[in-house]
Design a binder for this molecule. Structure first.
Ligand SMILES: Cc1cc2nc3c(=O)[nH]c(=O)nc-3n(C[C@H](O)[C@H](O)[C@H](O)COP(=O)(O)OP(=O)(O)OC[C@H]3O[C@@H](n4cnc5c(N)ncnc54)[C@H](O)[C@@H]3O)c2cc1C
Length: 263
């Protein structure tokens, strides 16, 4: 098997997120980033395949330089190579502009057998990047995958559907988004986390990837956000206090008044 590439995303810790009211985008630079939780399944699957087949695992992330600790977390889990895709020109990218950068980076990493991603991010939550990247690379794409077995040069991919499980036999290379429902997630190794402190990683920008700026970032994004608003939560519930019999009677009366009870 050739190398496995895992794409992970740094997402803002929900309580630290602010929205730019004019550009209608999240202000990510000031937010504290965490590893997108569903991407843990992609990393765990890669490590299980590495345990079984001794394959090299390259982990990449597109984002500002503050995603570096997340890449180092991946090294703690067993990743061999870390790549940061970072450039001012990438800022404001929608899913298509993001997938263009990721797909181009993946092209430069050939040969590879498998690209693993999370099912969806917890901030954008479109689940579009894995199939879009596969489409740009002209590769098969399988989403919501529970397990991957490599045998006789092919992948047996088990995915969850609305009706049960589906098994597919696919020749490499392919792009997979992993279901977050794995039974076990290994903890990072302390020794590797310490090694990660002084680790070398590669940074690739638009020029390194030979990508023209007009297809990148906000400029290269066909998605237009029409508006962003904060949802105001209206408290509709009532709290009744009293003796159980009294409360039950009051509740029955309410049901009668609303026409739910005819007695
Ligand atoms: C107009 C507009 C402007 C935006 N501006 C910005 C911005 O300035 N900065 C910004 O970060 N986002 C920005 N976004 C959000 C950006 O489009 C999404 O974060 C990004 O395209 C990924 O989409 P998603 O979060 O829905 O990922 P999904 O498709 O839900 O993610 C699925 C999987 O794809 C992989 N993946 C997704 N994104 C990345 C990544 N960046 N690196 C590696 N793997 C990844 C992960 O494995 C993830 O689990 C903007 C969106 C719009 C519409």
């Amino acid at each position: 098997m050739e190398k496995i590439i895992v794409c992970i995303k740094g997402v803002p810790k929900p309580e630290t997120v602010k929205v730019d009211p004019e550009r209608h985008i999240l202000i990510r630079e000031s937010a504290e980033l965490i590893l997108n939780p569903p991407d843990k399944a992609a990393l765990e699957m890669a490590m299980r395949l590495k345990d079984r087949h001794g394959v090299k695992v390259t982990v990449l992330s597109m984002g500002p330089p503050n995603v570096l600790p997340i890449l180092k977390e991946a090294f703690g889990l067993g990743a061999d190579e870390l790549i940061l895709l970072s450039d001012r020109a990438f800022a404001g990218a929608d899913t298509l502009a993001t997938s263009r950068v990721i797909a181009q980076a993946i092209r430069t990493l050939a040969p590879y057998s498998l690209v693993l991603m999370g099912l969806k991010s917890i901030d954008g939550e479109t689940a579009q990047v894995p199939p879009e990247t596969a489409s740009l690379l002209n590769l098969p794409s399988v989403i919501n995958v529970l397990n991957i077995i490599y045998r006789e040069g092919k992948f047996l991919v088990i995915r969850e559907t609305n009706y049960g499980e589906e098994e597919l036999e696919i020749e490499p290379p392919l792009v997979v988004s992993m279901s977050p429902k794995l039974d076990y997630f290994r903890p990072p190794s302390l020794k590797r986390l310490l090694m990660a402190k002084n680790l070398d990683y590669r940074t690739l920008g638009a020029v390194d990837l030979s990508l023209p700026e007009e297809i990148l970032g906000l400029r290269g994004s066909p998605t237009k956000v029409a508006g962003v608003f904060e949802k105001v939560l209206v408290q509709r519930g009532e709290l009744w206090k009293g003796e159980p019999e009294e409360l039950a009677e009051r509740f029955l009366e309410l049901l009668r008044v609303r026409g739910f009870l005819k007695i």
